[in-house]
Design a protein around this ligand. Structure first.
Ligand code: GLN
Length: 257
């Protein structure tokens, strides 16, 4: 009898150990579904490289969203203007790239609830004769540096280039546009405020105009074919907002002025 009891106990222990192993392997990621996030890691502090790792506000928000969904996050670095086409094609699950919600983009993808506000600002050299945003649509024609496919590109193309009031010069990276400004190839750069602050802090002799060019909302882009993921992302974002996690991530990267 004793033998039987210990056999049963041993068997129970085995089952217990197996069950424990089972949860373990589910948690170490081996069995987890992958959540792919497309970004353009040239946009500090939202996404940038630290060594060979993409870090930043978007990367961290994505990581907690993935955790909440029980998925494993994989970040793919790609050109900014290829993110939406790739999501439409089903290549990646979501796009997070300090991406502004616009009517045009909404025709192609769905956007989550907004998780941040962005402002398009103008960077000039110190002493520039451009002193307000209105100067860009004034009598004198200027060359404006932008990153291809961004809202800075779209708005300045419509408001300035298409109206014959100036020229838009497009670069693959915001940092390249800023380099062009430094050597006088463009007269100003229109870009989002946070990367603008980071670029100006790294360079001598540049400043951001006090007047903003446009205010916008950043959100997560998801394929229209995947409303379930969109719903789950919105649920996760609401929870992260309510429990203060989102603010904590933002505060880690953006120091209050
Ligand atoms: N917010 C801008 C846009 O959505 C720029 C984003 C970026 O350069 N990563 O177009």
């Amino acid at each position: 009898m004793k033998k039987i009891i210990s056999l049963i106990l041993a068997a129970a222990l085995c089952i217990f150990v197996f069950a424990a192993c089972g949860t373990d392997s589910a948690e170490n990621g081996a069995d987890k579904k992958v959540l792919t996030m497309a970004t353009n890691a040239e946009f500090p502090p939202y996404e940038f490289y630290e060594g060979d790792k993409v870090v930043g506000i978007d990367a961290e928000i994505a990581a907690v969203i993935a955790e909440k969904l029980g998925m494993e996050l994989e970040i793919v670095d790609t050109a900014f203007d290829s993110i939406i086409p790739a999501i439409v094609a089903g290549k990646y699950d979501m796009g997070m790239a300090g991406m502004t919600v616009t009517e045009e983009r909404l025709e192609e993808v769905n956007f989550s609830d907004s998780y941040a506000t962005g402002v398009q600002v103008v960077i000039v050299k110190e002493g520039s004769e451009i002193t307000t945003v209105d100067d860009l649509t004034g009598d004198k024609k200027y060359t404006i540096g932008v990153q291809t496919g961004t809202t800075g590109d779209l708005y300045s193309t419509w408001d300035i280039e298409d109206e014959g009031l100036g020229t838009v010069s497009r670069f693959n990276k915001g940092a390249d546009a800023v380099e062009a400004l430094k050597i006088g190839k463009v007269d100003c750069v229109i870009i989002d405020n946070e990367p603008a602050k980071a670029f100006v802090a790294e360079s001598e002799g540049l400043k951001i105009l006090d007047t903003a060019y446009a205010e916008e909302q950043y959100a997560v882009a998801v394929s229209k074919e995947n409303p379930e993921l969109l719903e789950n992302i919105n649920k996760a974002l609401a929870e992260l907002t309510a429990d203060g996690t989102l603010q904590k991530i933002v505060d880690k990267y953006i120091k209050a002025e």
